[in-house]
Design a protein around this ligand. Sequence first.
Ligand code: ADP
Ligand code: MN
Ligand code: MN
Ligand code: MN
Ligand code: MN
Length: 357
Amino acid sequence: MSTLIATKRVDLLAPYLALPQGPRVQAEYIWIDGDGGLRCKTMTLDSKPESVADLKEWNFDGSSTNQAPGHNSDVYLRPVAIFKDPFRAGDNILVLCECYDNDGTPNKSNYRAHCKKVMDAAAAEDPWFGLEQEYTLFDADGQVYGWPKMGFPGPQGPYYCGVGAGKVFARDFIEAHYRACLYAGVNISGINAEVMPSQWEFQVGPCPGIDMGDHLWMARFLLLRIGEEWGIKPSFHPKPLKGDWNGAGCHSNFSTNATRTPGTGMQAIEEAIKKLEKKHLEHIAVYGEDNDMRLTGKHETASMSTFSAGVANRGASIRIPRHVGAQGYGYLEDRRPASNVDPYRVTAILVETTLLN
Ligand code: ADP
Ligand code: MN
Ligand code: MN
Ligand code: MN
Ligand code: MN
């Protein structure tokens, strides 16, 4: 049913999208709202901008997005990154924005402003990140996408990286998102079907510094936006279904000049892990809402209350990938962040704890 509707809608829109638009360009301004969701609105530009410096600051009604009170509702949008627009194509663009209040301070939803300062302070160490975004698909009725309307699919086992009808759900939607990311300029590095049926993962990275948060948020935007056409609602909740179904995380891979140096890299990784252990609870505090429902010690997670680390250990807080252990340098994987974590927060605190303190 939803596939039929989707096909029809695309056919209706296609001739209009093919009309020439002259020199004018549509810029979709995108921002993070007061609940960690995404919002957007469009501005017509007279010509194609060269960089964010050519883009106007804009504003919106923050009382409608849980970002400001009604009596002082204007919130400002400052463009920070440009991506190509896979929906309108041509010279049209997606513009990621930071939110600022009237008094010039970052809005409460804006974790990028602080993250940018942290990344600038640590620039000499050239921090890189790779985030593994897990998410779960729901249909328009709020049921897990593709699951039987009565009852449940068979237990977990055949679904992770699965192939075949009944094992894999909505592959066409996943493909559309992957290609849209590549077109837009998002540094997406791969995808895979997850352990729970209708749960998926995409990876973004390695990205240096502030780019990590920018690219992950844009990938999330594309996922939600394409979902409109399929009638699919991707959820970033870390435990979307109670019971014997895997939760969803956002494993955060992290390296620096020191950890990437052959010969001495492993020593730098071990030093970083010691620092991370001392700040375990501070990290957990910013690693996403409802993460306690996911970090139970089951389903390939470590318990939330204790810190652990190990080579190739998927039940640890921090895992050193097997190949990193073998070659003696590279990166570590922080397995604690939930799927709904703000990437600006996780990348900032990793750098603060290991490089700036
Ligand atoms: P897993 O085995 O945990 O499922 P994935 O292949 O899903 O691993 O993800 C690995 C991630 O690590 C990717 O996002 C990749 O970009 C990232 N990555 C690879 N090398 C580095 C590095 N040197 N520094 C930071 N991240 C890296
Ligand atoms: Mn209006
Ligand atoms: Mn992965
Ligand atoms: Mn995964
Ligand atoms: Mn992982």
